[in-house]
Design a protein around this ligand. Structure first.
Ligand SMILES: [Zn+2]
Length: 66
């Protein structure tokens, strides 16, 4: 059973339905976690900070920025 590190909500992950690299989102606080392992289930928090890291410009999806 996986618990959100931020708000301790049950993330409700069905281990049969996730695989490494999947992203799960906490329903309560919106924190995203990447699945880094499934046996046992292991999650790492995805930091969504635009400042750090270069963006991996996957789709070149550059719609107007506000
Ligand atoms: Zn949470």
């Amino acid at each position: 059973m996986a618990i959100c590190f931020e708000c301790e909500n049950d993330l409700n992950i069905d281990i049969d339905e996730v695989e490494e690299g999947d992203i799960v989102t906490c329903d309560e606080c919106g924190t995203e976690y990447e699945v880094v392992g499934v046996e046992p289930l292991e999650l790492t928090k995805v930091d969504d900070e635009p400042d750090e890291d270069d963006d991996d410009d996957l789709l070149g999806d550059n719609e107007e920025e506000a």
